[in-house]
Structures are given as structure tokens and as C-alpha cells.
Design a protein around this ligand. Structure first.
Ligand SMILES: O=C(O)CCC(=O)C(=O)O
Ligand SMILES: [Fe+2]
Length: 352
């Protein structure tokens, strides 16, 4: 059965959903898939989830298998919101092979002045087995839709594509786009299931044509994200340096060369206390595409999220959003002492 699943692999629109009953739904993964299914079936119908329930004895050998199953459901639903069970999905194209090579995202928490300043992780090879396939889909099918967003009335050099509800980005509104590309849907699901991250309902894709294109210093602190948002950032294509600096300072506190196929997670109070940027780098001649997955308020899944007057209900508690060993007592040191982590296989993001 395993072989059968592997034969189906990810290169089938039917994902790893085989009729042989080789799966087994359990625990958190099933709950996450249910959430994701509701999200990607438009919030109401939950057809993908029903399919899960309607298949006793079936389910998910692994979280990745589950993501594939869901991806299949999402694709079928994407056509016009109608469940096309039993029919060929309309989006008949091989999906990229999405596999983790290592489930652990190393996370460290830096504390200073008795405050948790940030919480983040970096996994250098989350998607390296299929980054070229993903890049091809991004270029062939998504790049043509990219546009120059305006900040303060001026177009930015960088082109973007947005999936999600209406969003205020850099002070200017981006229209809602519910027409999710299946690649982006499957990546969102994969992140949630494999890394126990929120079921993201929004994704911003940045296209950096070459090293002349940058993203200036900023925090991802849009009101739609609520306090302490968890943001998962996937980089594909040319490697670029990602920098962080404390707000109010021009000293770079931490840098990481973001490899193709890498995953960076920013969480906790990162956005409250730090800015980040990808600066111009004339040495870089090739395209880089970055996808940041976000959880925005408007697209939340009402039945799964607590309603509270106190806190934005779309934000999961920091410590439950990533399972990892936390290393508590790091302190912030000057930038000059900070190592570059780019050569480490599974670099640990920290300020020490
Ligand atoms: O390209 C990157 O790595 C960063 C993108 C980013 O910061 C953003 O989209 O807000
Ligand atoms: Fe950002």
C-alpha cells in the first residue's frame, strides 16, 4: 500500500488518496485538515471535510498525505464551488512534490527586559526537493498576474500577487482575491499540517526580478493580522539576504541568507519589536519569489476560533503555534557578534 501511495506520489491530481484504506486519520492533523478543508471550500460547505468523514477506514497515512488529499479536494472545489466527486478535476496538472526533509523547525526565543521579543524558526531545506518545480509554476502561472502595489501613491518596484480577503498593505488596500491557485492552496495546507502552524487564509507573493529589487524596512503589523501574528515565509529561486533590526535602530541584529526552498517563521512579538528587509544586492542576477502566508481576520474560520473582546481571535497563542524546544534565556547582543547562519544545514535563528 505504501508503494501504491508512493506511486501515486504527488504527481497525480488524486494525490495520495488511494481506495485501499491505507490511511488513518488521527488527532491534530485531522483537526487541522478539517479547518483547512472548511477554509478552502469557502467556509460554509465543507465538502472536502465531508469527503474525509465519508470515507471510513481511509484517511491520512501522514500529514503530507493529508495535505495531498486536501489539495485534491480543494482543486475539485475550485472549479466553481461544486463538488465534482468522481469526475476528473479540471486542474489537471502535476502538482509539485511537496515533502519535508526534516520536520523540525528550530526555534529560539530571545528575551530582553523580561519580554519575549521574538519567536521564529528557519528551516533551510523545507522544500528543496521541489523548489524548481514550484518556481516553474510561479513563473508560468502566477507571475503574469503580478502587479505593482502603490505605497503612498507611488508604485513599488516589486511586483506582488495577493490571495486572501481585502488587506491593507503599506497603508494601501489590496482587493480581495479568493481565486486561489492550487499551488498556493497546497502550500498553505502543507504548512499547517507539517509544522502545526495556523491554517493560513492569506498569502502575499513577492517577485524580485533580480538583485535590483528590494523590500524596504518594515514590520508586518497590518491591523488585519492582529497582535503577535505568525507568518510563514517560503523562498524560491535566487538566494537573498533577509535582515532584521530592532525598531528605532539602524543596526542589523540578525541576517539570514534565505535559500531556495527555505521556510522562515516569524512569530510572537517579532513584528512589534523588529523590522525586516531584503535589501538591493547587485550581485544577484536571477529571480527570487517569496511567499508569505498570513492569517487575516476577515477570512477566519468562525466556528474554530474563540471570540473574545480582548484579543484578535485570529491569532493563535504564541506557544501553541509552533511545537519545538524553546530556548528561553537568550539575550540580545550587538550585531557585530552575530553569526551568519547560511551555511548551516538546519540553521537556528537566534540573536546569540
Ligand atoms: O521577501 C522576503 O523575504 C520578505 C517579504 C516580506 O517581508 C513581506 O512580504 O512582507
Ligand atoms: Fe514583511
Amino acid at each position: 500500500l505504501l508503494a501504491l501511495c508512493d506511486d501515486f506520489g504527488c504527481f497525480s491530481d488524486f494525490g495520495c488518496f488511494c481506495d485501499s484504506g491505507c490511511f488513518d486519520v488521527s488527532g491534530g492533523s485531522a483537526a487541522r485538515l478539517g479547518q483547512a478543508a472548511r477554509r478552502f471550500s469557502g467556509g460554509g460547505g465543507s465538502v472536502a471535510q465531508l469527503r474525509l468523514q465519508a470515507a471510513p477506514g481511509f484517511a491520512l497515512r501522514s500529514a503530507t498525505g493529508g495535505a495531498r488529499l486536501l489539495q485534491r479536494g480543494a482543486r475539485q472545489l475550485t472549479a466553481d464551488g461544486v463538488d465534482q466527486e468522481g469526475e476528473q478535476p479540471r486542474f489537471c496538472r502535476p502538482c509539485p512534490q511537496i515533502r519535508t526533509t526534516n520536520h523540525a523547525v528550530s526555534v529560539k526565543r530571545a528575551t530582553a527586559r523580561n519580554t519575549t521579543w521574538y519567536l521564529k524558526g528557519y528551516h533551510s531545506s523545507a522544500l528543496t526537493k521541489c523548489d524548481n518545480q514550484i518556481l516553474k509554476i510561479l513563473v508560468d502561472e502566477i507571475q503574469a498576474k503580478a502587479f505593482h502595489h502603490h505605497t503612498n501613491g507611488r508604485p513599488e518596484a516589486r511586483k506582488i500577487v495577493w490571495f486572501g480577503p481585502e488587506y491593507t498593505y503599506g497603508g494601501t488596500k489590496i482587493s480581495a482575491n479568493d481565486n486561489w491557485h492550487p499551488l498556493v492552496t497546497s502550500l498553505a495546507t502543507w504548512l499547517s499540517v507539517e509544522y502545526q502552524l495556523p491554517v493560513f487564509n492569506s498569502c502575499l507573493i513577492n517577485f524580485y526580478k533580480d538583485g535590483s529589487i528590494n523590500i524596504p524596512w518594515h514590520s508586518d503589523d497590518e491591523v488585519e493580522l492582529g497582535p503577535n501574528p505568525t507568518i510563514a515565509s517560503i523562498s524560491i529561486g535566487a538566494a537573498r539576504d533577509f535582515h532584521m533590526r530592532p525598531k528605532g535602530s539602524t543596526n542589523i541584529a540578525w541576517s539570514q541568507r534565505l535559500a531556495s526552498g527555505s521556510l522562515l517563521i516569524m512569530s510572537g512579538a517579532t513584528q512589534s519589536h523588529f523590522q525586516h528587509a531584503v535589501l538591493k544586492d547587485p550581485k544577484v542576477k536571477d529571480l527570487r519569489v517569496n511567499l508569505t502566508f498570513r492569517l487575516t481576520r476577515d477570512g477566519r474560520i468562525p466556528e474554530d476560533l474563540p471570540v473574545s473582546d480582548q484579543a484578535n481571535p485570529c491569532v493563535l497563542p504564541v506557544d501553541s503555534s509552533i511545537t519545538c524546544d524553546l530556548d528561553d534565556e537568550d539575550s540580545i547582543k550587538p550585531a557585530s557578534n552575530l553569526p551568519r547562519l547560511s551555511n548551516q544545514a538546519h540553521a537556528i535563528s537566534s540573536l546569540n
